[in-house]
Design a protein around this ligand. Structure first.
Ligand SMILES: NC(=O)c1ccc[n+]([C@@H]2O[C@H](COP(=O)([O-])OP(=O)(O)OC[C@H]3O[C@@H](n4cnc5c(N)ncnc54)[C@H](O)[C@@H]3O)[C@@H](O)[C@H]2O)c1
Ligand SMILES: [Zn+2]
Length: 665
């Protein structure tokens, strides 16, 4: 390669990598694998060195993120750098060789930590109080996301122990796999777009503008670095981790000091397997020179420190063929496309199906029946289709056209504003009917024992029931006819259905299966409006006056009760004698009548829920933030800013003992 060829290739790579950075960090829609990205970056670096084509603006010299215009920009006093990385053992030995050479055989060891796959965050504590939370941004400056960070429960508002005046913490915000999958499933059911993986969803969540919405996301945090104003030369990474722990910051227990690179290799081998058993995603391990004073000697480039390197694991992938694309109908009518795959082994399990999420996703990846595709199982309990192999083949099938009719009942599908999912809104669509009845009978709703999937399935397909209201007209003789039913089991089912009539009002509300109305909202509705009559007659504004009810829920409730078919069903439930009124709450006393409480910190024996129930039993209410209207703050251990605020405003602060005394427990 001559210099002008090199120049051209360098240009090409820079453009490509800039685009990839944009897609990865800003759009959360990467179009190449990490390994490919890292290989291209290495190629660029080599060409820049060999042909002396360095440029401070090149992706080789910049941390990939950006600051956004939505938040205040903060300057990082010490830059937040990226990490050099490798995917192979030899390069790791090369890294060790360089360290050895520069340190001229001075004694050192390595701290090996897991590389958590989330979003990098910087925290600043002043006098033990959380003063700032910021994103890494471009490494030099980031977004001030303090209010969002304060909603992350793992992150203490106040430090413990013997801390210096200023403490700078670095760490990773992340989501556990299961919480992530649950959140995505929920979003899918609601017709919202789903996140590709926990990392994207964490990064996206941290940048939302409404801290209340951030608080709903299952964000966790691990601290992995500590910067003190006056750094002591004898500090080690190990000691820093211990100090972080002493300050009350969450630290992963999985770290190890290794006395040489061979030991590091061993630790990597172990994690290559064991990492799948962790509840969160890791994309490698980070190997850090343990001694702080040696780190200075090793120094940093503009992009990463020379005293650390990431050994990255490749995501587990497999290729297979899409035999078919089928459509699944959810409880609320959401249509989810599913890839039916040629069975393939992936991360220890056989994979036959993968959710394609929605029409947009299929179009974006241009997935067609008959395609060979790459599937990955990263961050998803359900595997994902990543990309099509060889999309330029000319013997491919036609692009997949999303049907405009429901696969189960043939009704026209519709797409609601702001939603990505198609929906079948036919209330008698069989799979929806089945799922709705199952939900109605489920343990947290009417709790009808013996009314499982297969019984519901038979009842619906025999047309014995079309809605959950029909359950209450069922006769024993009809049930006995079903498969695997006998005199006794039929009687049990009849009894269980009868017994469900005693379930309290809030369960009835939940059982109706109104979109966005979960158990908590159902409870709040029962409490606020007391009767079904009232609930049915409300306007959106009246609903929104309830604390926990936002416009989306209000709209959905009104829509449900405006539907004539639903009205008829609800009327029949009433005729069958279900509980349509909130029973009077047993009031223990009225000592807190009209009083507003705020809970903060953790109490020695009561959970938050128990304390709230006790307050309500005695006539009081709890709210989430301290203001001039607050009467009492019930504070437990490591109570944070709410307690400070209470003291500032001169509000009476109770501890659990005092509270118990007041209620006579
Ligand atoms: N696929 C693509 O198109 C694409 C595009 C851009 C970047 N990427 C990927 O992202 C990488 C660059 O991202 P990056 O700059 O965030 O680097 P990185 O994520 O590979 O490594 C640096 C980060 O690791 C995190 N980290 C987690 N655990 C840690 C620990 N125990 N100690 C220290 N740090 C820890 C820190 O937040 C730090 O910022 C690339 O190497 C590439 O793999 C991919
Ligand atoms: Zn349908």
């Amino acid at each position: 390669m001559n210099k002008s060829e090199a120049k051209q290739r360098v240009e090409e790579l820079r453009n490509l990598l800039d685009e990839a950075n944009q897609a990865y960090y800003q759009d959360a829609q990467p179009f190449m694998s990490d390994k490919e990205f890292d290989e291209k970056l290495k190629e660029l670096e080599q060409l820049e060195t060999e042909f002396e084509l360095q440029d401070p603006d090149s992706p080789t010299n910049r941390v990939g993120g950006e600051v956004s215009s939505v938040f205040e920009t903060v300057q990082h006093p010490v830059p937040l750098l990226s990490l050099d990385n490798t995917y192979n053992e030899e390069e790791l030995n090369d890294f060790d060789g360089r360290v050895k050479r520069i340190l001229d055989h001075e004694d050192y060891d390595y701290m090996v930590e897991l590389k958590f796959d989330g979003a990098s965050i910087r925290l600043r504590y002043e006098n033990g109080k959380l003063a700032l939370g910021a994103t890494r941004g471009d490494g030099q400056q980031g977004d001030d996301i303090t209010n969002n960070v304060k909603t992350i429960r793992d992150i203490p508002i106040s430090l413990n122990g013997d801390y210096p005046e200023v403490v700078e913490v670095r760490g990773e915000a992340y989501m556990e796999r299961e919480a992530f999958a649950r959140m995505n499933q929920h979003r899918e059911e609601q017709g919202l777009s789903v996140f590709a993986n926990p990392r994207n969803s964490t990064a996206g969540s941290l940048k939302m503008q409404d801290p209340k919405a951030v608080a709903q996301r299952p964000i966790r945090f691990f601290a992995f670095d500590l910067l003190l104003d006056e750094e002591d030369d004898s500090l080690t990474q190990l000691r820093k981790v211990e100090m972080l722990q002493e300050f009350g910051l969450p630290v992963s227990e999985h770290y190890k000091v290794c006395s040489g690179i061979d030991e590091v290799h061993q630790v990597i081998k172990d994690w290559e397997e064991l990492r799948h058993e962790l509840p969160y995603e890791t994309d490698g391990v980070v190997i850090k020179v343990n001694q702080s004073n040696l780190r200075e000697q090793l120094g940093s480039t503009s992009k990463f420190p020379r005293w650390a390197i990431a050994y990255k694991f490749e995501a587990e992938q497999a290729t297979t063929v899409i035999n078919d694309i089928t459509l699944q109908v959810g409880r609320l009518g959401t249509i989810t496309p599913v890839a039916e795959l040629e069975a393939v082994q992936l991360a220890g399990t056989t994979v036959k199906r993968a959710s394609l999420h929605n029409e947009d996703e299929i179009q974006r990846k241009d997935i067609r029946i008959g395609d060979t595709v790459v599937v990955e199982k990263a961050g998803e309990i359900i595997p994902q289709v990543i990309s099509v192999v060889n999309p330029d083949r000319d013997d491919r099938n036609e692009p997949f056209t999303f049907p405009d009719k429901c696969p189960a009942c043939g009704s026209e599908l519709i797409k609601l504003e702001d939603e990505v999912a198609w929906r079948c809104v036919n209330p008698t669509c069989p799979p929806q009917v089945r799922i709705r009845i199952e939900h109605f009978a489920s343990r947290d709703a009417m709790d009808i024992e013996g009314l499982g999937e297969s019984v519901v399935d038979q009842l619906v397909s025999e047309s014995l029931i079309n809605t959950y209201a029909d359950l209450y007209d069922l006769e024993k003789a009809q049930i006995i006819e079903l498969e695997r039913m006998a005199e006794k089991s039929a009687q049990n089912l009849i009894d269980a259905i009868e017994k469900s009539k005693q379930q309290p009002f809030e369960r009835v509300i939940y059982a109706l299966g109104i979109r966005f109305v979960g158990k908590t909202v159902a409870k709040d509705l029962a409490r606020a409006f007391k009767t079904m009559d009232k609930l049915q007659s409300l306007a959106e504004e009246e609903l929104e006056a309830v604390d926990s009810i936002g416009p989306r829920i209000a709209e959905s409730v009104v829509e449900f009760f405006n539907n004539e078919k639903n009205q008829a069903i609800v009327r029949r439930l009433g005729e069958h004698g279900l509980q349509f009124e909130k029973e009077e709450e047993e009031q223990a006393s009225s000592i807190f009548e009209g009083k507003k409480f705020v809970l903060t910190g953790s109490l020695p024996t009561y959970t938050r829920k128990e304390a709230t129930e006790l307050i309500e039993k005695h006539g009081g209410k709890t709210t989430s933030s301290v203001s001039g209207n607050t009467d009492f703050v019930l504070a437990g251990e490591s109570a944070g800013s709410k307690l400070d605020k209470a003291n500032e405003l001169g509000i009476t602060v109770l501890d659990e003992a005092k509270f118990r005394e007041m209620i006579g427990e």
